[in-house]
Design a protein around this ligand. Structure first.
Ligand SMILES: *Cc1c(COP(=O)(O)O)cnc(C)c1O
Length: 254
C-alpha cells in the first residue's frame, strides 16, 4: 500500500473511531471532549507514523522501550510529539524510558517507582504516570492486585519526578461482555475510592482503559483515555504474545 493510500485509510479509521467514541459518550451521558484517544503505534513504521502526524496525531503509545526509543530518535524533528509507554516496564529499561517518555502507563511496583524516579532526576525530567492494576485477576497480566493499590499510591509522593495521574488496566480478553465490563467497573470504583483516600498532591483523574475491541464499553464505564491500535492502523504483523509475555492469544480467549 502506498503512503497516500495509507493516509486515506488512516483518516477514515480515525473518523470512524471518533464517531464511535461520540456514540458511546452519548449513550453514557458523557462529553466526548473528556475522552482522550491515545493511538497505539507499536509495529507501525516511521513513514506511517509521519502520515499519522500529518493528520494531527501528537501522541503515540508504545509497548516496548527499545522500539519506542528508536522511533523517538528517528522522529526527533517532530518536537511536539509525545511518547507514551504503555504496559509493563522492566526495571533495567527504566533508564532508557527516562530519556524520552512523556508518560508511563504501567507503574506496578515500588522498586520500579524508585528506579524510574532516580533516572528521571538524573535526566532533569518529570513524567506523567498511571498505576497499572490487574483487574482481571489473570496470572498473565501485569499490574497490582486491586487491594494493594491504595497502599501503593500512598507511597508515591516520595517520588518527585513521577506526576501521578490515575490508573490503567487491560481488561480480560473475552467476547463475553459480562466478564469484560466488571474489569472496567473495578478500575473506576478503585479510582473513586482513591479520590477520597489518596495523599495530598496526588490527583486521581485518569482512567486509561479500553482498546480496539472494547473501548466503547470502557467509555460507558468511565474511561478518560482509550488506547487504540489495530482499529486505527490495521492488524499488526506480529503476534500480541511478542508484546505481552505469557499472553496466549486474544482471539481464542474464552
Ligand atoms: C497494543 C496495546 C493496546 C492496543 O491494542 P489494540 O487491540 O490494537 O487496540 C492497548 N494497550 C496496551 C497496553 C497495548 O500493549
Amino acid at each position: 500500500m502506498s503512503n497516500s493510500d495509507f493516509s486515506a485509510d488512516l483518516k477514515a479509521n480515525l473518523e470512524s473511531i471518533h464517531a464511535r467514541i461520540n456514540a458511546a459518550c452519548h449513550r453514557a451521558g458523557r462529553n466526548p471532549s473528556d475522552i482522550r484517544l491515545l493511538p497505539v503505534t507499536k509495529t507501525v513504521d516511521e513513514a506511517r507514523l509521519r502520515a499519522a502526524y500529518a493528520l494531527g496525531i501528537r501522541e503515540m503509545g508504545e509497548n516496548k522501550v527499545q522500539e519506542a526509543q528508536g522511533k523517538w530518535e528517528a522522529m526527533g524533528d517532530l518536537e511536539d510529539l509525545r511518547w507514551v509507554l504503555i504496559g509493563h516496564l522492566q526495571t533495567n529499561k527504566a533508564k532508557h524510558a527516562a530519556r524520552f517518555a512523556s508518560e508511563f502507563q504501567g507503574l506496578d511496583s515500588a522498586r520500579l517507582a524508585e528506579i524510574l524516579d532516580r533516572r528521571l532526576q538524573h535526566e532533569g525530567r518529570a513524567i506523567d504516570v498511571l498505576v497499572q492494576v490487574n483487574t482481571s485477576g489473570e496470572d498473565t497480566k501485569f499490574g497490582l492486585p486491586p487491594e494493594q493499590v491504595v497502599d501503593f499510591v500512598r507511597t508515591l509522593p516520595a517520588y518527585s519526578s513521577l506526576r501521578v495521574r490515575g490508573l490503567m488496566t487491560l481488561a480480560l480478553f473475552s467476547k463475553d461482555e459480562s466478564r469484560v465490563r466488571p474489569c472496567f467497573v473495578r478500575l473506576r470504583e478503585l479510582r473513586d475510592r482513591l479520590r477520597q483516600e489518596a495523599p495530598d498532591g496526588i490527583v486521581m483523574d485518569e482512567l486509561s482503559m479500553g482498546m480496539s475491541g472494547d473501548f466503547e464499553m470502557a467509555i460507558e464505564e468511565g474511561a478518560t483515555t482509550v488506547r487504540v491500535g489495530t482499529a486505527i492502523f490495521g492488524a499488526r504483523p506480529t503476534a500480541d504474545s511478542d508484546y505481552w509475555p505469557g499472553f496466549a492469544g486474544k482471539q481464542d480467549a474464552p
